[in-house]
Design a protein around this ligand. Structure first.
Ligand code: ACO
Length: 333
C-alpha cells in the first residue's frame, strides 16, 4: 500500500555546505596503512572534506539551510520548523536544531533533532512532510548535517578512510496536487545495533577515562555485515517504490541513494535496471557524510539541471540501527 500524504508536500529548494579542507586518498595513506587503490576499488571514494577543530554540525547545517532559503528566496523568519538530522550533534543538548535556528535567525521556528543514522535525512523528510500535511505548519527546513571526523578513529584504517564532513538542506512546503512526496517506506530493526554503533557516551555507558582509553567514543562497525544488509535493503526498498506505484524504471529521472560505498549503490542501481547516469553520486568527492549524503547529492543534481518539474525521483537510505527507507517524489518546482 502506498503511503500518500493527505496534502501534497514537496521539496521547493535545496542547499549544501562543506568545509574547505580536502583530504585525498594519498593524504590518508600517509596517516594509516592504506592505498588509493584499496580505497578506490573497495569504496569508490577519492576525496573527502574535513572540518577544522571547533567547527560543529550546526555550523555546516546552518550554512546549508541558509543556501536553501536563499535559493527559495525565503527569509529565515518564514520557517515554521527546523529538523536537524544528525548523529554528531554539537553536544548532547541543547539540540542542534536550536543552534541552527539561532545561527540562521529563524525567530518563528520550533525544531528538534532526529537521529536514525544514515537514514536520518530520509526520515526527517517524511516527518517534516507529515507535519505540513497535518496542517500544523507550512514551511519546514530539513537539515542533514554531520561532522563525522568527531567520531571516528583517525589511526584505524577500517574507518578512517570512509567518512567526510558536510551538510545538505531541503525546504518543504505544500505543493500542487500530484507533485511532491508520492510514497515512502521506512523500517527499523534494532538487532542490527551491534554491527554499527558508537558504544559509549550515552546513558548506558557514560563517558569515563576507561571508555576513552578503550576508544569507545568512535564508530565501531562490522563492515561486511553492514554491507550485506545495506545491499539487500537499499535494493529492495528502491524496487518497492517503483513496483507499488506501477512505475517502469525507465520513467525514473534520478535515483539518489545513501553514499556509503559505490558497490552498495551500484547493487541498488542494478535492481532498478537503471544506467549509471541516472544515479546521483558524489561519493568520490565527499565520501560518506552520513545524514548529508542524500541532500547534498540531490542538491548537486538540481544545480546541474538534472531534475525538472514533473520528474520522478527515488531516494534510498540505509544506516545504523539498522534503519532504512525509500521515498518517491515527483519534483515540484
Ligand atoms: N586499507 C587497506 N586495507 C584495509 C582497509 C584500508 N583502508 N580497511 C580494511 N582493510 C583490510 C582489512 O583489514 C582486511 O584485511 P585482512 O583480510 O588482512 O584482515 C581486508 O582489508 C578486507 O577487509 P573487509 O572488511 O573484508 O573489506 P570489505 O571489502 O568488506 O570492505 C568496507 C570494507 C569498505 C568497510 C565495506 O565492508 C563497507 O563498505 N561496508 C559498509 C560500510 C557502511 O555502509 N557503513 C555505514 C556507516 S555510516 C553510519 O551509519 C554512521
Amino acid at each position: 500500500m502506498t503511503r500518500r500524504l493527505a496534502t501534497p508536500v514537496g521539496i521547493t529548494a535545496t542547499g549544501e555546505c562543506f568545509p574547505d579542507r580536502i583530504v585525498t586518498n594519498e593524504d590518508l595513506a600517509k596517516m594509516v596503512n592504506t592505498s588509493d587503490e584499496w580505497i578506490t576499488t573497495r569504496t569508490g571514494m577519492k576525496l573527502r572534506r574535513w572540518v577544522e577543530p571547533g567547527v560543529g554540525s550546526s555550523d555546516l547545517g546552518s550554512g546549508a539551510l541558509k543556501m536553501a532559503l536563499d535559493r527559495r528566496g525565503m527569509g529565515a523568519d518564514d520557517l515554521d520548523c527546523i529538523i536537524a538530522c544528525t548523529v554528531t550533534p554539537d553536544m548532547m543538548f541543547p539540540c542542534t536544531a536550536a543552534l541552527i535556528q539561532q545561527k540562521v535567525g529563524a525567530s518563528k521556528a520550533f525544531g528538534f533533532d532526529l537521529n536514525a543514522a544514515c537514514s536520518s535525512f530520509l526520515f526527517g523528510l517524511t516527518t517534516g512532510a507529515g507535519l505540513i500535511a497535518s496542517g500544523t505548519v507550512k514551511r519546514v527546513g530539513v537539515v542533514g548535517c554531520d561532522v563525522m571526523t568527531s567520531i571516528f578513529d583517525k589511526s584505524d584504517r577500517n574507518t578512517a578512510v570512509l567518512f567526510g564532513d558536510g551538510a545538505g538542506a531541503a525546504i518543504l512546503e505544500p505543493v500542487e496536487e500530484g507533485y511532491g512526496l508520492l510514497d515512502y517506506e521506512q523500517q527499523i530493526d534494532g538487532s542490527g545495533a551491534p554491527y554499527l554503533c558508537m558504544p559509549a557516551g550515552g546513558s548506558a555507558k557514560p563517558a569515563s577515562h576507561a571508555t576513552v582509553d578503550a576508544k569507545e567514543h568512535f564508530v565501531h562497525q562490522q563492515g561486511q555485515e553492514v554491507f550485506k544488509n545495506a545491499v539487500r535493503e537499499m535494493a529492495n526498498v528502491s524496487r518497492l517504490m517503483l513496483d507499488r506505484n506501477n512505475i517502469d524504471p525507465k520513467e525514473l529521472t534520478l535515483f539518489v541513494p545513501h553514499q556509503a560505498n559505490l558497490r552498495i549503490m551500484d547493487a541498488a542501481l542494478k535492481r532498478l535496471e537503471l544506467p549509471r547516469e541516472k544515479m546521483a553520486c558524489n561519493i568520490a568527492e565527499y565520501a560518506n557524510t552520513t545524514s548529508a549524503t542524500i541532500p547534498t547529492a540531490l542538491h548537486q543534481s538540481v544545480v546541474a539541471g538534472k531534475v525538472k518539474k514533473g520528474d520522478l525521483v527515488v531516494l534510498a537510505a540505509f544506516g545504523a540501527g539498522f534503519t532504512w527507507g525509500g521515498a518517491l517524489l515527483r519534483w515540484a518546482v
